[in-house]
Design a protein around this ligand. Structure first.
Ligand SMILES: CC(C)(COP(=O)(O)OP(=O)(O)OC[C@H]1O[C@@H](n2cnc3c(N)ncnc32)[C@H](O)[C@@H]1OP(=O)(O)O)[C@@H](O)C(=O)NCCC(=O)NCCS
Length: 145
């Protein structure tokens, strides 16, 4: 498995299949994808993209313990490659990049179904369950890195 920094448009195929199925491809653009301090990682198996994740320099209004924060979004692994450690590998690559930008806190709006994964990799729930329209129930989750 190889982890590489990728262009945000390279995430679209997996975002579309895993996170926005049946929706227009335009919904695979996430605000801030092309910001200078945003970055996108991909895990490749045998040369094929199998897992993606994106990171945005963006603070959450209710998290006050750190001024500068990164948001994790668009984390997804193709079904046939899940539970092989790919998402975990993307995070292990991302955290040093984030720390190099002098940021020590990462947050995400985690799908309720995925909270088991986030807890496994050290995130903690920081909210009650809430609904994101058209996507479903979520929790705010946070990790200090
Ligand atoms: C959630 C998701 C991104 C995890 O990706 P993955 O590549 O399968 O995760 P990893 O293999 O790196 O998992 C790391 C650890 O978490 C565990 N894990 C993975 N998914 C889990 C889940 N749903 N519940 C509990 N634990 C989970 C793995 O078993 C592994 O544990 P281990 O180190 O003891 O073996 C993947 O299941 C997915 O794409 N889901 C659909 C899209 C989605 O919901 N994305 C999240 C949007 S917020």
């Amino acid at each position: 498995m190889d982890v590489k920094q990728i262009h945000y448009k390279d995430t679209y195929s997996i975002r579309h299949q895993m996170l926005r199925p049946g929706r227009p491809i335009e919904t695979c653009y996430f605000e801030g994808d092309d910001d200078e301090l945003s970055f996108h990682l991909g895990a490749y198996i045998d040369g094929n993209l199998a897992s993606v994740a994106s990171f945005y320099l963006r603070s959450h209004p209710s998290i006050i313990e750190e001024q500068h924060q990164y948001q994790l979004r668009g984390m997804a692994t193709l079904p046939e490659h899940q539970r092989k450690g790919l998402s975990q590998a993307l995070l292990q690559t991302a955290f040093p990049i984030i720390r190099n930008n002098h940021v020590n806190l990462v947050w995400c709006n985690a799908r309720a179904l995925a909270t088991g994964f986030y807890e496994k990799v050290g995130f903690e729930k920081k909210s009650d369950i809430f609904e994101i329209p058209d996507v479903g129930p979520h929790y705010l989750m946070v990790k200090t890195i």
